[in-house]
Design a protein around this ligand. Sequence first.
Ligand SMILES: Cc1cc2nc3c(=O)[nH]c(=O)nc-3n(C[C@H](O)[C@H](O)[C@H](O)COP(=O)(O)OP(=O)(O)OC[C@H]3O[C@@H](n4cnc5c(N)ncnc54)[C@H](O)[C@@H]3O)c2cc1C
Length: 389
Amino acid sequence: MYDVIIIGGGIIGSSVAWQLARRKKKVLVIERKDVCSGSAGATDGVVGYHTKKPGLQLDLAVQSIEMFRTLNRDLETNVEYGLEAGGMQPVEDKDQWDMLASMAAEQRRSGVDIRMITAEEACSIEPNLNPDIYGALWSPTGGKVNPLAMTFGFARAAKRLGAVYLTETEVTHILTEGGRAVGVNTSAGEFRADCIVDAAGAWAGKVAALAGIDLPIRPRKGQLLITEPIGPFLRATVQCAMYNVIKFRPETIKDPAVLKLGSSLSIEQQESGGLIIGGTREFADFEEENTFEAVETMVKRAVRFFPALKDVSIIRCFSGFRPYTPDGLSMMGEVRTLPGFYMAAGHEGDGIALSPITGRLMAELITDGKTSYDITPFSPNRFLKGGIL
Ligand SMILES: Cc1cc2nc3c(=O)[nH]c(=O)nc-3n(C[C@H](O)[C@H](O)[C@H](O)COP(=O)(O)OP(=O)(O)OC[C@H]3O[C@@H](n4cnc5c(N)ncnc54)[C@H](O)[C@@H]3O)c2cc1C
């Protein structure tokens, strides 16, 4: 018998597991494949403010990013990279400038330093950037991490404190008694606990459906390319302006091809020297394949902003599934219609950055019945009949 069963061994499930184990809870993490086999293992590592939806999601990110400062020490691991690498979004014309400037003004209400800078200033920060741009958005305090190192770091830290990981085991049913969640059925048998946390990422809607709960989490596919390692090339994480437009204001995009692929550019350099190039946001169900159309678009965007990349080879490509919610906010909290069943999912393209705070707040909620930061707007109940009560 466990105190808590967590479904999903990604970055969110492992962060929740670690925080619960710190609070002396007996935790079982059940993972269908292996730790980090979901989107936590197929992602960029942007930990920036400027890529967060203004308002509630950004306020939450501010709390979370603060926790990164002590993560290496807390997890006794190296999550890699700079916490103040900076985040930049080059813009190509006045329309994009106006849109990003207005978003940045909204984002600044959360107390973060995000500003518009000239093309010359942008190139002095990133000398390999094409000077043929209109200007750029600049967020000097955003950072980047290695998501794999971080997920395994959470999992190892949780295990050191007694959490048990059961991998290669699929949850197939949620057990209920007297209208309460009391355990799970799996491919390896039945397990019981006082409460169940659904941290199954893009699959969290399917897992909730096992308990008869209808929650609108959908996979939003992102394709990624890795280049051969090169010398120091890029310090900041860079996304083109279309990245934020597609993420926050897709209704302003008129070109159906751009909208279908959600095509923009994101690019960052890993500590190993390889560059991660991404920038699609597609609704393609759980279709994993890389498509020529997406690869070509991303490569062209990368060379448009960083011409020197035309001579650099791509060595592999893959895709991941962002856990999308219709209102762009994550889901954290207990499901009203099934006491004992909690959601910790739906972080879309922000799950790496939001993992530390999600773990802490979920552990507070489960252990104390209240949280140090108001998570009411993130309640999964907002999608149930009757809304947040
Ligand atoms: C291309 C791309 C780029 C991204 N860039 C960034 C970024 O720069 N910064 C950022 O903060 N975020 C980014 N994200 C988002 C981030 O990767 C996700 O939000 C985050 O990884 C979600 O973590 P998770 O633990 O919820 O899900 P996952 O890592 O997917 O973990 C869920 C786990 O649940 C398991 N599972 C599913 N069903 C079952 C079942 N029935 N039984 C047992 N186990 C089950 C799966 O196998 C999986 O391992 C990006 C995502 C993508 C795809």
